[in-house]
Ligand binder design. Structure first.
Ligand SMILES: NC(=O)c1ccc[n+]([C@@H]2O[C@H](COP(=O)([O-])OP(=O)(O)OC[C@H]3O[C@@H](n4cnc5c(N)ncnc54)[C@H](OP(=O)(O)O)[C@@H]3O)[C@@H](O)[C@H]2O)c1
Length: 300
């Protein structure tokens, strides 16, 4: 299959490229820079120059492919305030609609990316694949709303929902926790730190994207979850040890000042199950655990 991959130069996209190529697929990766384009060619992919702002480049990439995996997202928005994050989510919805419209009438699959939090059915219960809460306060619901709109038009679209995706270099939101702990000189958690975050190793996640693409079952939502939930206190303790800073508990009032925009997530209990995903895709994660990767990370 010739696969158009957005976000191909990113953390997860760059792990998806070898996964696809080793399985006999060809990759057409989106890049907005010369450096990115060179990296894609070196990894064995063809290059579609363009960006999320350049709608025509998304159309061309999708039109030239048998299927699309969409991993691009403007994370610089995280550092520029909440309203910028909302804009980035709306940009994601537009990209999804654009590429989906190109695939209309063909049954060629589009795999989009979301977060496991979208499937939380209620306090204390793990997020599940078949639940979708479009009222969830996270603006990232825009991505799933875009997917629902395409599904209603008969387009073959499915969603990969991600937890904290990790290796020994990056770990999703935890990468920002490391930065905050380094800046503030303490590694913090909220309250008793019993709230849990799910996780999966990046190579397991890459395999899941490939399986979802090959299965091409329209309307499916997959949870790329290897570990259902690691207490945030445990995470803060490992970071404190690695950074050689004290570990502290903060009240939810103090969490806002300490974590900034990340306070939206820092106290959230968001366990997630992948039982249906494993069953539907035959996916069995085998990578190291989050704590193992955090223990083996080079903090200095
Ligand atoms: N990592 C996690 O733990 C995690 C958890 C939940 C959800 N996700 C989601 O998973 C997806 C992939 O995440 P990631 O960790 O791989 O992110 P990442 O490392 O930040 O990579 C983002 C990718 O998007 C590209 N990109 C950003 N803005 C763009 C724009 N305006 N036009 C074109 N491309 C643009 C980047 O290109 P450049 O190389 O040119 O910057 C890069 O290839 C995202 O949707 C993310 O929100 C990730």
């Amino acid at each position: 299959m010739r696969v158009f991959l957005t976000g191909a130069t990113g953390f997860i996209g760059s792990a998806i490229i070898p996964e696809l190529i080793q399985a006999g697929h060809q990759v057409l990766g989106l890049s907005r820079s010369d450096t990115g384009a060179d990296a894609l060619r070196a990894a064995g992919a063809d290059v579609q120059r363009g960006s999320l702002e350049d709608i025509e480049s998304l159309r061309s990439g999708a039109a030239a492919s048998d299927g699309v995996i969409h991993c691009a997202f403007d994370h610089s928005a995280f550092d520029q305030g909440f309203s910028r994050f909302i804009e980035a989510c709306e940009q994601d919805r537009r990209a999804i609609e654009t590429m989906g419209s190109v695939l209309a009438g063909s049954n060629r699959p589009l795999i989009i990316t979301s977060g496991t939090g979208m499937g939380l059915p209620g306090p204390g219960r793990p997020a599940v694949e078949d639940h979708l809460d479009l009222e969830h306060p996270n603006p990232r619901t825009a991505s799933e709303a875009g997917c629902v709109a395409l599904s209603e038009r008969g387009i073959n679209v499915s969603v990969v929902r991600l937890p904290q995706v990790h290796n020994t270099v990056k770990q999703g939101l935890i990468t920002y926790l490391v930065r905050i702990a380094r800046e503030k000189g303490v590694s913090a958690y909220v309250g008793e730190g019993q709230n849990r975050w799910p996780a999966a190793h990046v190579l397991d996640v890459a395999r899941l994207y490939r399986l979802a693409l090959e299965k091409a079952e329209s309307g499916r939502r997959y949870n790329a979850v290897a570990e259902e939930g690691i207490p945030t206190r445990e995470i803060a303790e490992i970071l404190g040890k690695g950074l050689k800073v004290p570990v502290v508990s903060l009240s939810s009032e103090k969490a806002q000042a300490h974590f900034g925009w990340l306070a939206m997530f820092s106290g959230l209990d968001m366990p997630a199950s992948s039982a249906l995903t494993r069953q539907r895709l035959g996916w069995n994660p085998t990578g190291p655990t989050l704590i193992t990767d955090l223990e083996n990370m080079r903090y200095f």
